[in-house]
Ligand binder design. Structure first.
Ligand code: ADP
Ligand code: MG
Length: 217
């Protein structure tokens, strides 16, 4: 489902070149759940951003299904992201002016993939039934992240990409939110790539990979 081949990315900062990714290879099968770990600054977020087409690589290829992300123009990458990917970040990134119900439907409506029955199921499974009319500022962190996960899965993506999705949550809430996410990913049948600092949380996914010295081991 996701295939990353010989991916390189160098940042130039303060006149100095920093080779963050030096030939990364990573393959994730349909429905597979993979945890990406690595020290702070090892390039985990960079890799996720490239996979989501949010930034351009220097060389190498990224395939999502039949689409070569690294060869698509900006418009094509944006469409792929909207229609076929779910993205969740440490900051919950909900739309402050929309209530829970409309935040949940936001991406799916943009993608023309809104499915009322699926949204209802997501709402129930995520325990958001009684929160639908609330606004993000009226929710706890764990509740906001449940909405963000629901929004990402409402499009029935082929791949859910999450960058430290539980990084702003306490341990008990992190466990609960990730358990819900894993169940829903399994229900959706999508692949899942999650960055986490926590070896404990990483161990709950199918496979663990580590980014070190610009390479995935
Ligand atoms: P991680 O998510 O593993 O903590 P990042 O991918 O955020 O790592 O960053 C990897 C390295 O690239 C770090 O040294 C960081 O400072 C650098 N970096 C990230 N983004 C940029 C950028 N836009 N410009 C310059 N350097 C960057
Ligand atoms: Mg990061």
């Amino acid at each position: 489902m996701l295939s990353v081949r010989n991916l390189t990315k160098t940042y130039r900062s303060a006149g100095e070149d920093v080779a963050v990714l030096r030939g990364v290879n990573l393959a994730i099968a349909a429905g597979e759940q993979v945890a990406l770990t690595g020290e702070s600054g090892s390039g985990k977020s960079t890799l996720l951003h490239l996979a989501a087409g949010l930034d351009a690589a220097d060389s190498g290829e990224i395939w999502i299904g039949q689409d070569c992300v690294t060869k698509l123009p900006d418009t094509g990458r944006a469409a792929l992201r909207r229609d076929r990917l779910g993205l969740v970040f440490q900051q919950f990134n909900l739309v402050p002016s929309l209530n829970v119900e409309h935040n949940l439907a936001f991406q799916a409506r943009l993608a023309g993939r809104h499915d009322a029955a699926w949204q209802t199921e997501l709402t129930e499974r995520l325990g958001l039934d009684r929160l639908l009319k609330r606004y993000p500022e009226q929710l706890s962190g764990g509740q906001q992240q449940r909405v963000a996960i629901g929004r990402a899965l409402a499009v029935k993506p082929v791949l859910l990409i999450a960058d430290e999705p539980t990084g702003n949550l306490d341990e008990a809430t992190a466990d609960e939110v990730l358990a819900l996410a894993r169940d829903l990913v399994t229900r959706t049948g999508c692949a899942f790539l999650m960055v986490t600092h926590s070896a404990r949380l990483a161990a709950t996914l199918d496979r663990q990979v580590t980014l070190h010295n610009g390479l995935v081991a």
